[in-house]
Design a protein around this ligand. Structure first.
Ligand SMILES: C[S@@+](CC[C@H](N)C(=O)[O-])C[C@H]1O[C@@H](n2cnc3c(N)ncnc32)[C@H](O)[C@@H]1O
Length: 300
């Protein structure tokens, strides 16, 4: 077993990994700032809240990456003033470029989620997507979220890997690893360059948690949050998505045909719809690949 890394080493690995990922991040994850991306983000926010979102005056995004959540929410008119924060300068540079291209004015801050350089009660919404699982000391981070939120304010985090959902997704991932040589042969694709393998190795270092729903709930309640709501999303979509991403990661990116990428993207969106309409309201949150949490800071 490799030796456990210190919190500082995990933060450093996260910065390095995401700095390298920043340029191709939007293309890799199909991040979109048009109607499709906006629809996805609004659907996630409404699902996490359990109602249609009203909108917020001042938001702080943690681990904002290239801006997927904040920029789409601004374009949807749900956030008036957005502060986007991240530990990776590379991701923030891409976010800045995305915001400029979209004509959006956002405040950008390089910060670690556990040490927020903002005054108490500065925001009405603290949000994030796919970031909690990278944070070494969650208790400390949730305390910070509570401190910078105004009384009555909301936290909302989506896209967090669920422990059981992750275990279930290992089966299609393993199948894809076994199938990859045949798949590359069929597509005439060369194997991925060796750097990609070290990228994948770093992935095991930057992902420090996969959550059971109760753990997320305890982290929020421990920091004094109330009205905690946990939900799950993506089951079929995640199996399909991970199979395709694992296959794609095994090949030189320029050898993966456009038609294949279209099939993978459209199929994923289609199955997201199936999960949403048929499965999410019927099955326990724990088995879905992604967990979401919304909660409120009490007024008194
Ligand atoms: C998986 S990416 C998600 C990015 C974006 N939220 C999205 O959904 O596209 C995780 C982001 O969290 C950031 N991050 C990792 N550890 C962090 C920490 N301790 N404090 C703040 N941000 C962190 C990374 O740099 C990265 O941009």
């Amino acid at each position: 077993m490799p030796p456990a890394l210190s919190a500082e080493q995990i933060r450093e690995a996260n910065t390095r990994y995401h700095d390298v990922a920043a340029d191709h991040y939007d293309a890799k994850w199909g991040i979109d700032f048009g109607p499709v991306g906006r629809g996805q983000v609004l659907a996630k926010v409404d699902k996490a809240l359990g109602r249609r979102a009203d909108g917020w005056a001042r938001s702080l995004e943690i681990g904002a990456g290239t801006g997927y959540f904040s920029l789409n929410l601004m374009r949807a008119g749900k956030i008036a003033h957005a502060t986007c924060s991240d530990i990776s300068p590379g991701m923030l540079a891409t976010l800045q470029a995305n915001a400029r291209r979209l004509g959006l004015d956002v405040q950008i801050e390089r910060v670690d989620a556990e040490r927020l350089p903002f005054a108490d009660s500065s925001f009405d919404l603290v949000l994030g997507h796919a970031v909690l699982h990278h944070i070494p000391d969650l208790e400390r981070a949730f305390d910070e979220f509570a401190r910078v939120l105004a009384p009555g304010g909301t936290i909302l985090f989506a896209g967090e890997p669920s422990r059981y959902g992750d275990r279930l997704a290992r089966m299609p991932k393993r199948a894809a690893v076994a199938l990859a040589p045949l798949w590359r042969l069929a597509l005439g694709a060369q194997p991925a360059p060796t750097g990609a393998a070290s990228d994948a190795a770093l992935e095991g270092v930057v992902d420090v948690h996969a959550f059971a729903p109760g753990e997320l709930e305890r982290a929020a309640r421990g920091a004094g949050f109330a009205e905690v709501r946990i939900s799950g999303e993506e089951l079929l979509a995640s199996w399909f998505g991970w199979t395709n991403r694992t296959l794609e990661a095994s090949a030189a990116p320029e050898d993966v045909p456009w038609l294949w990428r279209q099939y993978a993207y459209r199929g994923y969106l289609l199955l997201q719809g199936v999960d949403r309409r048929l499965l999410e309201s019927r099955l326990p949150a724990a088995i879905f690949y992604n967990l979401m949490i919304a909660a409120r800071k009490p007024r008194a």
